[in-house]
Design a protein around this ligand. Structure first.
Ligand code: GAP
Length: 447
């Protein structure tokens, strides 16, 4: 069972590297644990996910503003948010080799013990110690004057510290939201499972500010849970592979009154968190009012009330969405008597939307026509590929493997009647369509 589970993740890791999706960070220097770089196809996939988030959570709505805060923030922000004190993991140290591992991850502990058992050594662990996950650095030219700053551990605080700026510049009416996408950094002790637990990753978030009222809080929480789950489905996940799960009281982050996760049923470790919906109450704005001395209250012109709003947060990992989409889309089947592995991406997220081929590379009239079709589509949709390398069957396989939904072939009939074949990635079925119907067809199917 375990080897089968690992196999799928291994296949994804290998495909991701081979086809230009994801590489180990700084690989030529031996790599950096928990850090990954995105290649030409990976960056498009990631961009499409982020664009879709931006559209559905921000630009399509009247009540949400977008923003982009800086990564570096002073220590005081993290004291206010509670992260310097409470953003910790318990650690134990192996007394034999001094490696430190998470005390709350029995699987990691037993794997470590197995290694020493092989050397016939008896292992002893230290008492658990708390370890802070924030990544710290210094700004300033000299040791004496340098100030401690942190690479943000969650992108959230950049929104909360700008709450008053948004009130003063945009004059929003409650309820309203502020959305953001950006990098976050955590000194994870055991980064693992490819993109799942990294030290540098990207988050997409919405902070939705509401009146401090239990009933409104309950209703808004349900609305955002539902909206988040629907959004995740719209990336191309099946209903069976996602679920919502409520955190137990001892699981919740220090800021949360209530918390639910959207979980994906991974083949490597069962249900794992993809996205969180958190009821943060007035925790952040109240603390920033106290710590900064700046009033973070909102004045409601309609009711003439002044209050600190509550925050309902949606927070998803971009990289986890990438990993889970790769796992969800990876398919093996048999086509024309051959085994094939392909990525069954929803066209919305596919890094390349269509590939254009001249049937034969050595016929200039076919190549010229194929280039004309390619250039027209590329101008309209951007992510279109031209390929004249190898036979058509091989070109199909290459596109299938990177999840391109459609392949268009220009053949001798095209020169006579201006029609092309469009091949569907999933079924292999080919249809003949007029060239002038390609743009309307793709507008309907890939956007
Ligand atoms: N602002 C709330 C917050 O940061 P979180 O549950 O700690 O909440 C939100 O993180 C999302 O960020 C997670 O659901 C996950 O998708 C992603 N995430 C968290 N830690 C991560 C890590 N080490 N590597 C990759 N993604 C991570």
């Amino acid at each position: 069972m375990a080897s089968k589970i690992e196999t799928k993740l291994d296949k994804i890791v290998s495909l991701a590297k081979r086809r230009g999706f994801i590489y180990q960070g700084s690989e030529i220097y031996g790599g950096l644990s928990g850090i990954y770089d995105y290649g030409p196809l990976g960056v498009e996939l990631r961009h499409n996910i982020k664009q879709h988030f931006w559209k559905k959570f921000i630009t399509e709505r009247e009540d949400v503003y977008g923003m982009s805060a800086a990564i570096l923030m002073p220590e005081r922000v993290w004291e206010a948010s509670g992260h310097t004190e409470l953003f910790t993991d318990p650690l134990v140290e192996c007394k034999l080799c001094h490696e430190r591992v998470r005390a709350d991850q029995p699987e990691v502990i037993s794997n470590h013990e197995e290694v020493h058992k092989k050397d016939k050594k008896k292992i002893e662990w230290s008492e658990p110690q708390v370890f802070n996950l924030l990544v710290e650095t210094k700004l300033g030219a000299s040791e004496k004057t340098a100030t401690n700053v942190y690479l943000r551990g969650e992108i959230t605080q950049g929104v909360h510290v700008n709450f008053k700026n948004i009130l003063d510049s945009m004059h929003p009416r409650i309820p309203f939201g502020i959305g953001q996408i950006g990098k976050a950094f955590r000194n994870e002790i055991t980064p693992r499972d490819f993109l799942f637990r990294q030290r540098e990753f990207e988050q997409m978030e919405l902070q939705y500010y509401i009146k401090p009222n239990e009933q409104i809080g309950l209703e808004m929480f349900e609305i955002w849970k539902h909206h988040s789950l629907e959004w995740y489905y719209s990336l191309g996940f099946s209903k069976d592979s996602l679920r919502l799960r409520q955190h137990g009281p001892d699981e919740r982050a220090h800021y949360a009154k209530d918390a639910w996760d959207i979980e994906y049923n991974t083949p490597f470790a069962g249900w794992k968190e993809a996205w969180g919906v958190h009821h943060r109450g007035d925790w952040d704005l109240k603390r920033h009012s106290e710590y900064s001395g700046v009033d973070m209250s909102y004045y409601d012109e309609t009711t003439k009330e002044r209050f600190i709003p509550w925050d309902i947060e949606c927070s998803g990992g971009v990289d986890r969405a990438v990993l889970f989409l790769l796992l969800e889309s990876y398919t093996e089947d048999e086509m024309n008597g051959e085994l094939r592995a392909y990525l069954k991406f929803n066209p919305r997220v596919a890094p390349i939307k269509a590939a254009v081929f001249p049937l034969l590379k050595n016929k200039p009239e076919l190549v010229e026509k194929a280039r004309t079709v390619y250039e027209a589509l590329k101008k309209e949709f951007g992510a279109i590929m031209f390929d004249d390398n190898g036979n058509i069957g091989k070109r199909y396989r290459r596109q299938d493997e990177i999840g391109t939904p459609y392949c268009i072939t220009i053949d001798f009939d095209t020169l006579g009647d201006d029609t092309v074949t469009i091949r569907d990635r999933d079924t292999g079925k080919q249809d003949r369509v007029p060239v002038n119907e390609l743009i309307p067809f793709f507008k309907q199917t890939i956007l």
